[in-house]
Design a protein around this ligand. Structure first.
Ligand code: SF4
Length: 605
């Protein structure tokens, strides 16, 4: 009772998996490097929790990053980090598996290892320490955490985690050291063991090479994906959090991958190709999960809800199921050019919440550069449709600092927002009409690995500040409110996103200087990170602001997502010429992801 929200730390939620730890061979701590409320809202974690616990030989428990007050308490009382299910110290588990959802969680990974009583550097942990495995979106560039994590798993957990655990079970039965075990899993698709690779650098600080130092370490590590989502068993129960979490709801995964190819979006490329779940499977899952949890909301999740081919069938079915039970249906990630007015009116019959759309850029030229595939007419028509249905609060997301951007493109954001306000008042008496509210959120673009923009420079903080004030100065209408993403945070995010192995030292140094929960803007302290980079002889500018040559060895070059370098270079060229590439359903542009031969997608072999 000495900490805020004790419910974060005690487990025992409805649907928690209970096993006898003595009767399993493998104990796995699933570690989410953020606070309980965030981690418990994450679909992937919930899927893997059920997936791993379906094994009789394994007990998968959960551990979240302790909040500041609990960390103080733990350090004072010498309490090692524990798993929620049994309260046992995770230091004694076979595996601690981190999910890396966001670059800014890296200081929490280090802190959790330390709180567990483990050495931070993999090379300093002995055979008695658990195997530290990490996956998730940020594992696609594993290098910044390469000295800390024993093994990265690149891709979707359901594909090959079982095989890793099967091999581990055999290894444990037969005995042997950790290095031996790690060497024994190198042939599994998606496995990357950084200690089996040496890194060398050029005089100018760029990477010279990353080479295997053991015979069986592959030169390229291919991501692992589930070939047929329909065959994947989805959990029919779900944990019900003890305290209010970010999202308290049943979540249905429509599909993985994305047909769009927005050139700034890492998720859109690394998760290719598209694989869908059928509406029938999702309906059944919704029914079972509602019964198992009592949640009052169902949300659909994917990179672009409107692109789900079974959207009408599923949404109509869900409305029918939800309405008599007073269950809300939430439809995020809707494209503005496919606003389903009739459905939205059914879903939000009484209380109309604000609608969010992401034009991403203000001018047509810029939207073509990023391959957003939206015209101004489509944006305004979609928003007008929403206005006609009674919505009057709109949120719009934009990015600044995009490649090839001019001040005119920046001013285009202000112009577009003003047109949205004008569209609302069209044909209305301005004095009598209920006021419209347009909330505009502007963030600085952070180039990410595995996108056509991976070679580009990130705008400096000064340049982003200048562009922010340009927009501010150009917006005249009081109905528009502006907010900005913290550009200091974008600097650290960028340096970690495209960092090499040396960035790990800066992460550890930042943690030593007190960095925690850096994704929380009120907890993030830029000065710590600036100091940390300086202390280890690095600068964030080197990683962020430089335009990389196309012949430069990129720190993530040994990871193969299926999307070829040739394709990314072609897309970069198209971007520079503002040429739009059709989406996968309009025509395949040969990105390379067809090699996965998946079922239920657009490029199924
Ligand atoms: S191979 Fe073609 S259809 Fe498949 S993801 Fe790539 S571009 Fe799209």
């Amino acid at each position: 009772m000495q900490v805020e929200k004790p419910g974060r730390y005690i487990g025992n939620e409805v649907n928690m998996i209970v096993k006898n730890p003595q009767s399993v061979e493998i104990r796995f701590a699933f570690a989410f490097p953020d606070v309980y409320e965030v981690g418990m809202s994450h679909l992937g974690s919930s899927l893997l929790y059920s997936f791993l616990n379906a094994r009789e030989d394994t007990y998968c428990e959960r551990v979240f990053a302790p909040w500041f007050d609990m960390e103080t308490h733990m350090r004072r009382e010498n309490l090692p980090l524990w798993a929620l299910e049994t309260g046992d110290s995770v230091k004694d588990f076979d595996f601690i598996g981190f999910t890396l959802q966001y670059e800014m969680c890296c200081s929490n990974v280090v802190n959790m290892l330390d709180l567990a009583g483990l050495q931070v550097l993999a090379s300093e942990r002995g055979d008695d320490a658990p195997i530290i495995i990490a996956g998730g979106p940020c594992a696609y560039n594993p290098e910044p955490l390469a000295d800390i994590i024993d093994v990265f798993y690149i891709g979707e957990g359901e594909a090959n985690l079982h095989e890793i655990l099967n091999r581990y079970r055999e290894h444990k039965r037969n005995g042997g050291g950790k290095r031996e075990f790690l060497a024994s899993i190198l042939d599994i698709e998606g496995v990357y063991v950084p200690s089996f690779y040496d890194v060398s650098y050029n005089q100018d600080g760029t990477l010279a090479a990353l080479t295997p130092n053991v015979a069986n370490a592959p030169a390229a590590i291919s991501k692992a994906i589930v070939r047929d989502l329909e065959e994947l068993e989805y959990p029919i129960t779900q944990l019900v959090p003890l305290i209010e979490t970010v999202h308290n709801r049943v979540v249905l995964e429509l599909f993985r991958g994305c047909i769009r190819g927005c050139r700034f979006c890492q998720a859109g490329f690394v998760t290719r190709p598209v694989r869908e779940n059928s509406p029938a499977k999702l309906m059944k899952q919704a029914e079972e999960l509602m019964g198992a949890t009592g949640h009052e909301e169902i949300s659909l999740v994917s990179l672009s809800t409107s692109d789900y081919t079974g959207f009408d069938e599923l949404s109509n079915g869900l409305v029918e199921m939800c309405t008599p039970k007073n269950v809300n249906l939430s439809l995020p990630s809707l494209r503005v050019d496919a606003f389903p007015l009739e459905l939205m009116q059914k879903v939000q019959a009484v209380r109309k919440s604000s609608l969010t759309f992401a034009p991403e850029a203000g001018s047509q030229r810029m939207r073509d550069i990023i391959n957003k595939g939206l015209t101004e007419e489509q944006i305004l028509t979609g928003i007008k449709t929403a206005f006609s249905g009674g919505w009057q609060r709109i949120k719009l997301y934009f990015m600044i600092g995009l490649p090839g951007e001019t001040d005119e493109d920046i001013l285009g954001i202000a112009k577009l927002c003003e047109k949205v306000v004008e569209a609302y008042y069209e044909g209305k008496d301005g004095k009598k009409a209920r006021p419209v509210s347009v909330a505009v959120s502007v963030s600085g673009f952070v180039p990410k690995p595995f996108t056509p923009f991976q070679w580009e420079g990130q705008n400096s903080r000064e340049e982003i500040a200048r562009k922010q004030s340009l927009i501010r100065g150009a917006i005249r209408k009081r109905q528009i409110s502006l907010s900005y993403h913290d550009s200091l945070l974008s600097s650290v995010e960028g340096a970690v996103a495209r960092g090499d192995r040396r960035v790990g030292a800066a992460i550890i140094r930042a943690w030593q200087l007190g960095a925690r929960f850096d994704g929380w803007s009120d907890k993030f302290k830029f000065e710590i990170w600036r100091q940390a980079f300086e202390d280890v002889g690095l600068t964030m500018e080197f990683y962020n602001e430089r335009v990389r040559g196309t012949d430069e060895v990129l720190p993530w070059a040994h990871i193969d997502t299926g999307v070829s370098q040739k394709y990314l270079l072609r897309e970069r060229e198209n971007a520079l010429n503002a040429v739009v590439t059709p989406n996968c359903r309009e025509g395949c542009s040969g990105c390379g992801a067809q090699t996965f031969s998946v079922n239920g997608g657009v490029c199924n072999g």
